[in-house]
Write a protein that binds this ligand. Structure first.
Ligand SMILES: [Zn+2]
Length: 317
């Protein structure tokens, strides 16, 4: 089974065509080239079909864009992403940055009819596979540009090169590349039960698999055992890898693993988790069907749900 291609954001149909990055300015003049548009991390989407709005490369909405990325080719069409975060929507259209999922829509006056800026989390399970990959790549790279404008070596302002995939420092000549932060997320089981936890920031009653950032000098297996022990006090024996998922919130790569617990008594790290508990497979089926009063499932489209569903179907590995 090719698992990674089955998870949201994992389509891998985009030909990144890195050899064309240097000729991106020429491609940007080609009439067949298309652009997708981002505003403060939110893509422009057709609100009825949840498809990314693709506009011709000379479309008026792209005027005033501060950053562009040549994403690559899809079916031989060159696709760029344009960031127009400098646009200021009116007072009624402000984004809800404090919400777990920003449900607001922003309608740009020059946008094609029926399209609006929408948060990726709110539509990730509705996007086509091609679109989800484009959105993840563009959101990840734009997010990196926003927070990496200065050289980490000498502090000088850096310049965008390689069609948006690199920043170079004119002062010390250092090159900087978009970061991807590896995160282990693990389905830990003990017999018929799976270990679930909830983070204080999540919506009420929402539970998911434990997860955490990998540290330098650590294997994936060691990170799984360390994170589970730190957060829940549970010790883990065998660890296996199942699949990965780009997770552009803001720049993670989720590494989906499974592991067998060698202890059952939970000792919660209250700084990290609100709660953790063992949940039986029968109860998980109720949770997935929406028949549980006390546990809400992880978000549709997340790798956590992918792993849990495969465990329920006995198709882990
Ligand atoms: Zn520098």
């Amino acid at each position: 089974m090719r698992n990674a291609e089955s998870v949201t954001f994992g389509a891998a149909t985009l030909d990144r065509a890195a050899h064309l990055r240097k000729s991106a300015p020429k491609l940007a003049k080609n009439a067949s080239t298309k652009a997708i548009v981002f505003w403060r991390g939110k893509p422009l989407v057709d609100t009825k079909t949840s498809m990314l709005t693709r506009v011709p490369i000379d479309h008026l909405i792209l005027n005033g864009s501060n950053t562009q990325i040549f994403l690559g080719l899809i079916a031989n069409t060159a696709i760029f992403a344009y960031d127009i975060s400098n646009w200021e929507p009116d007072a009624e259209q402000q984004a809800d940055d404090a919400a777990f999922v920003d449900q607001t829509l922003q309608h740009h006056p020059k946008a094609p009819k029926g399209s609006a800026f929408q948060e990726v989390r709110s539509i990730m399970a509705l996007l086509s596979r091609d679109d989800a990959e484009l959105a993840a790549a563009a959101k990840g790279v734009f997010g990196w540009h926003l927070s990496h404008g200065f050289c980490a070596k000498c502090g000088a302002a850096t310049e965008i090169t390689e069609a948006g995939w690199q920043r170079d420092c004119p002062a010390c000549r250092a090159s900087h590349f978009p970061r991807t932060d590896p995160v282990v997320i693990m389905l830990i089981t003990h017999g018929n039960n799976v270990l679930l936890g909830r983070s204080p920031a999540w919506p009420e009653k929402m539970y998911s698999l434990l997860a955490g950032f990998m540290e330098p000098g650590e294997t994936i297996e060691a990170a799984v055992r360390r994170e589970v022990f730190e957060e829940s006090g549970i010790t883990v024996g065998n660890v296996g890898y199942m699949t990965s998922q780009p997770w552009p919130f803001p720049s993670s790569l989720m590494i989906g693993c499974y592991g067998t617990a060698t202890s059952i008594t939970i000792k919660l790290d209250e700084n990290e988790l609100d709660d953790a508990q063992w949940v039986s497979k029968e109860k998980i089926v109720d949770v997935l069907c929406g028949n549980s009063d006390d546990i809400l499932p992880s978000r549709k489209g997340s790798i956590a749900q992918f792993l849990i569903e495969n465990w329920v179907k006995d198709s882990i590995a």
